[in-house]
Design a protein around this ligand. Structure first.
Ligand code: GLN
Length: 446
C-alpha cells in the first residue's frame, strides 16, 4: 500500500484522487497483513483498490465531485465498498469524476479536470475519469466506477485499461450517490478482464437494501476464463462501423474481429435498427431521474448551504445555484421540463416506450449471439475543451448508451495504439447476467 501511496503523491498532477488518508489506508493494510499471517485471508486480501467518489465511505469524504457535498462524511459505507472491505482489499482513497457522474470527459468536476496519463492534454474519459486515469498510471491495480450511459466503458478505452459494467441490478446501488436510478450500475476498471472477474466475485452479492438488486445465487465470474472460442458467435453491428468512426479505430477493431475469427469464433453481421434513438431517449430518461434524485440537495438536510438568504425559498434557491455546477443544473432543467404537466406524455412516456423497443431489440440479438463487438467511442481520447458544446458531448456516447438503456453487461477494453500515441479500444456486450462468459470472451483476446 505504501508503494501505491507514494505513487499517488508523485502523480498528483493527474488530479485522479480527491481524498487520500495514508493513516487509514496503512491501518487497513496492517489488518490485511494480520489476516495473511493467521491464515484467514481471502484471495483479494491486501490488494489495494480505490473508489470513485460516488460510493459513500465512512473513512473518506464523499463529494460526487460536487461543491454541494464538499467535505461530506457519510455515516455508512456503500454495500460495494463494504463487500470489498470485507474481502480484505485495502482502500487507497477516493477518485475524482464528473460532478454527479454527468459527463464523458471528466471536465465537469467541481475539483478540476483529471488528466489522461497517456497525454496530459487529453481527457481520461468520464465520468469515471479518476478511476481510468489512476489504473492506467498504476496508482491502483483496480478501481470502482459507475456506468449510467458509458462512464466505465468509455474511460477504459480512452486510457487503455479494461472496464466492466455488469448487468443493471447485479451489483448493489446502496450507498452509490444517485444520478439516474434505472441506469446507474457500479462496476470495475482494472488492467485485465481477469482482474475484473476476481474482484467482481467479491463485489457482487444480493443486497436487500437495494430494491432493484436481483436475488441470484453467488457466482464464480472467473469460471469462463480460458474458455474455447470454437463456435462462439460474435455479432458485428456493421452500421456502427460505417460513418462517424475514426478510421484507425475502425481498422483496429476489424483486426480484433479477425483475431476472434482465427480463434474459432463465428462472426455474424447484426442489425440494430432502433439503437440510433438511444441518445435522445437517454437524455430524457436520465435527466428526468436526475432532476428527481438531485432534489434532495436543498441546503437543509446535508451539503452546502448559502451564507446569505432572506427566507427558506431563497435559501434553497441560492444553495442550489451556488453549489451545483452547470451540467447538473442543465440536466435538472431538462428533467424538470420533460416531467412537467403537459410535456410528460410527449417526452417522458414516449422515451420510456422507445427505451423498451431498444431493449427488446438488443435482448433479441443477444439471444442469437454470445457477444456483440462494437466501438465504445468514436475515436481515441479527445483534447480538453474539444467537446465543450454539451450536445456534441452527448452525441459521442452513441455506442454505449443503448447498452445501458437495455441494462446489459458490457466491457470496454484496449486493442491498439492510435498514430497520435493514444490507446484504442472496443466494447463487448452480452445478454443480461452473462458476465462470466463476457469476461471469458474478453480474456481470450487479452
Ligand atoms: N456521458 C454520459 C452522461 O453524461 C454517461 C455518464 C455516465 O455513465 N455516468 O450522462
Amino acid at each position: 500500500a505504501q508503494v501505491y501511496l507514494d505513487r499517488i503523491e508523485q502523480n498528483k498532477d493527474l488530479n485522479a484522487f480527491l481524498d487520500v488518508r495514508p493513516e487509514v489506508t496503512l491501518e487497513q493494510a496492517r489488518q490485511a497483513d494480520k489476516r495473511i499471517a493467521n491464515a484467514t485471508a481471502g484471495r483479494l486480501t491486501g490488494i489495494p483498490i480505490a473508489h470513485k467518489d460516488l460510493f459513500v465511505t465512512k473513512q473518506w469524504a464523499t463529494t460526487a465531485a460536487s461543491k454541494m457535498l464538499e467535505g461530506y462524511m457519510s455515516p455508512f459505507d456503500a454495500t460495494v465498498v463494504e463487500n470489498l472491505d470485507r474481502a480484505g482489499m485495502v482502500c487507497l482513497g477516493k477518485l475524482n469524476c464528473d460532478e454527479f457522474a454527468m459527463g464523458s470527459g471528466n471536465e465537469n468536476s467541481a475539483f478540476g479536470n483529471v488528466l489522461n496519463p497517456w497525454n496530459k492534454d487529453c481527457v481520461p474519459g468520464g465520468s469515471s475519469g479518476g478511476s481510468s486515469s489512476c489504473v492506467a498510471a498504476s496508482l491502483a491495480p483496480v478501481a470502482t466506477g459507475t456506468d449510467t450511459g458509458g462512464s466505465i466503458r468509455e474511460p477504459a478505452v480512452f486510457t487503455g485499461v479494461t472496464g466492466l459494467k455488469p448487468t443493471y441490478g447485479r451489483p448493489s446501488r446502496y450507498g452509490v450517490i444517485a444520478f439516474a436510478s434505472s441506469l446507474d450500475t457500479p462496476g470495475l476498471l482494472a488492467r485485465s478482464a481477469e482482474d475484473c472477474a476476481w474482484v467482481l466475485n467479491e463485489m457482487i452479492e444480493f443486497d436487500p437494501k437495494d430494491s432493484t438488486c436481483v436475488d441470484l445465487p453467488k457466482e464464480d465470474f472467473t469460471r469462463c476464463l480460458g474458455m474455447s472460442m470454437d463456435g462462439v458467435k460474435i455479432g458485428v453491428p456493421r452500421k456502427w462501423f460505417a460513418e462517424g468512426l475514426d478510421e484507425e479505430l475502425a481498422a483496429s477493431i476489424e483486426e480484433a474481429i479477425q483475431t476472434y475469427e482465427k480463434m474459432g469464433a463465428k462472426i455474424v453481421d447484426i442489425e440494430l435498427p432502433t439503437v440510433d434513438l438511444g441518445v435522445p431517449v437517454y437524455y430524457v430518461v436520465a435527466c428526468a431521474e436526475a432532476s428527481s434524485n438531485l432534489s434532495r440537495y436543498d441546503g437543509v438536510r446535508y451539503g452546502y448551504r448559502a451564507k446569505h438568504y432572506s427566507d427558506i425559498q431563497d435559501m434553497i434557491k441560492r444553495s442550489r445555484s451556488e453549489a451545483l455546477g452547470p451540467e447538473p443544473q442543465r440536466r435538472i432543467m431538462i428533467g424538470t421540463y420533460v416531467l412537467s404537466h403537459g410535456y410528460y406524455d410527449a417526452y417522458y412516456i414516449k422515451a420510456q416506450r422507445v427505451r423498451r423497443l431498444i431493449a427488446n431489440e438488443l435482448n433479441g440479438v443477444c439471444k442469437e449471439v454470445d457477444a456483440i463487438i462494437s466501438p465504445a467511442a468514436t475515436g481515441p481520447a479527445y483534447h480538453f475543451g474539444e467537446k465543450s458544446n454539451p450536445v456534441q458531448a452527448y452525441l459521442s456516447d452513441l455506442y454505449t448508451i443503448p447498452v445501458s438503456l437495455a441494462g446489459l453487461p458490457g466491457i470496454g477494453m484496449p486493442c491498439g495504439i492510435h498514430s497520435s500515441g493514444l490507446p484504442l479500444g472496443f466494447q463487448l456486450v452480452s445478454a443480461r447476467f452473462n458476465e462470466a462468459k463476457l469476461l471469458g470472451i474478453a480474456h481470450r483476446y487479452q
